[in-house]
Design a protein around this ligand. Sequence first.
Ligand SMILES: [Zn+2]
Length: 341
Amino acid sequence: MIEESGPTTLGQYSVKSGYYAIKCNAVTSQNPNKASSSHRIDKDLWNIVWNINCPKKIRTFLWRCCRNALPTAVGLYKRNCRASGICSICGQYDETIEHLLLSCDWTRGIWLSICGLQIDKQSISTFDDWLASVVKKLQGLSDAGQMILMKIAFTYWIIWKVRCEVVITHVELQPDRVVYRLQRAIGEYELAKFIAATRNVKNNEVGSDHHTWTKPDEGFLKLNSDGSFYASERSAGIGVVIRNHEGQVIDAYGKKVSACSALSVEALALRDAALLAVQRDYMKVCFEIDSSELLRNITCTRFEHLDWRISPIILDIQSLLHSFENQQVRKINRSANKAAY
Ligand SMILES: [Zn+2]
């Protein structure tokens, strides 16, 4: 589970304050006079780009952007491969990498919708300076910062792909569909990583302290559920993975949800796991979660002792648990519950 803080305390640097700084101040360049031609890239920036949580093809694409190595209209014009360096989409400005990816008008809504960034055209000098200034503002933000960087990386990549489709095949540009495409691409990538992580869980020997994941008894299915909560972005995701008594993953499931706290995300994840098990007519099931507080609520028999913030979800779960021939809910160590991260 990942939870970031609420309101910013004076003098403290939080996810919220860092993200807010980016959104409100837009992004200011470190070196406004730098030419937009091939130039030396800061070594630290390389390292950060190569460690962004995104597919390798996108990291490679970012590397090419930093090197100013995309075949933009301006680049092609300089090599006498095009009659003009003007942007084919807006028809108003030179199509540099910076214009194409950051400041062409149609991309504004995309940056705002996906990354929450308002791009200030005046503050952009070169692509890598812009990226470096974002990275600087995200420093120390750990998980939330990494997520923003991932979204930024995907946004660059999809904007480039869409631009190529529009320029080459003359399809109509539909920014709202681009937003949807981006959301889907990011969601599919996160789900694929989640499934890969669950497959990597080693079926070690039984540990009485529940520090390692263990296979369910024969005839039982085990459902590990977990949630990720990003308070600063008001976004959350849940994941469920189902394994049989041989430890094989037979299904995995993940989706984004709306939630107000980390605990409610955990509860929603368990409810989805229980619903899934009911819908599939599983009869003998073991649910594993990594939240002690959620387990306390699940096993609570007095309504007045339930955490009121999640009581409707808990009542749903308790009802669903009656649907099985045999069921148990266990709390395990987070490292053993590699379901949703
Ligand atoms: Zn343009």
